[in-house]
Design a protein around this ligand. Structure first.
Ligand code: AKG
Ligand code: FE2
Length: 262
């Protein structure tokens, strides 16, 4: 190609670009997303009457607990359903699945939940006395208590409405609620413990409002001995001094309502 031809071709290309007439690559055929392997798997019996969530003497009034919220068969079924997923990731201290979309991200749009997760969200909302909508978002946390496995103190943050349900399966654990320190107090003094709740297998915990925004919560790595701060001794059938077995795998389901993008 001569230099002249090339210059003419370049000019023609520039004209085309200015008029927006540059050929665009043909659109790719719509990618068909395969449904997740557990999309249609059921686990909880929707017709079951479940024990109501009850507040706990000595705890902030926005914390409630229900023992034996699901049956042993349902526990096995919901854990097996969650394990069918192929989107587990490993984070510090545990493995997890995030269902319902990228909560907290600017692009968040709710994604459909697998059937077992939808049913758990509907059942949790039905056990709550508030008329808030059912959760639309589920985190599955798998802790291997044979190894060091834990969640550091945190709040669940503004990506969700200020209410969290936790369904515990597989093994017992203790959740510790502490005061949330002001930034100026961090590193200056230790946060005071507000209460501890023994999360028995198959139980449901709910915490909202002040307990959600003004407290942190954590699951420790070490074996737990039930202490005087435990506020559900009766409801969890425990005594001060009991050592909570930390063997095996605990799978917890964190059910929340993710807020849409502002
Ligand atoms: O496993 C638990 O009980 C707590 C998990 C948790 O705090 C969370 O998913 O935000
Ligand atoms: Fe949390």
């Amino acid at each position: 190609m001569s230099a002249l031809d090339f210059a003419a071709m370049l000019r023609a290309e520039k004209r085309k670009a200015r008029s927006g007439a540059v050929a665009k690559p043909a659109p790719k055929p719509q990618q068909q997303r395969r449904p997740p392997p557990d999309a249609a798997t059921a686990a909880l019996d929707p017709s079951t009457q479940r024990p109501p969530l009850q507040t706990l003497p000595g705890a902030p009034p926005t914390i409630a607990y229900a023992a034996d919220w699901i049956s042993e068969a349902e526990e096995a079924a919901i854990v097996a359903a969650a394990k069918r997923g192929d989107d587990w990731v490993t984070v510090r201290g545990r493995r997890l699945r995030r269902l319902g979309g990228p909560a907290g991200e600017a692009s968040f749009a709710p994604e459909p939940l697998p059937r077992w997760a939808r049913d758990a969200c509907a059942a949790a909302a039905a056990s709550d006395t508030s008329s808030r909508p059912a959760p639309n978002h589920v985190l599955v946390n798998a802790y291997d208590f044979a190894k060091e496995s834990y969640v550091l103190p945190h709040t669940d943050g503004p990506a969700y409405d200020d209410r969290t349900f936790t369904l515990s399966c597989g093994a017992d654990a203790v959740v510790v609620f502490k005061e949330r320190l002001k930034t100026s107090d961090i590193g200056v003094r230790a946060a005071a413990t507000r209460c501890e709740v023994l999360l028995r297998r198959r139980s449901l915990l709910a915490f909202s409002r002040e307990a959600y925004t003004e407290c942190t919560h954590e699951i420790g790595a070490a074996p737990d001995t039930i202490g005087l701060c435990c506020v559900n001794l009766d409801a969890a059938n425990a005594r001060v001094g009991d050592v909570v077995g930390r063997a095996g795998e605990r799978v917890s389901f964190t059910l929340r309502c993710a807020r849409g993008a502002e």
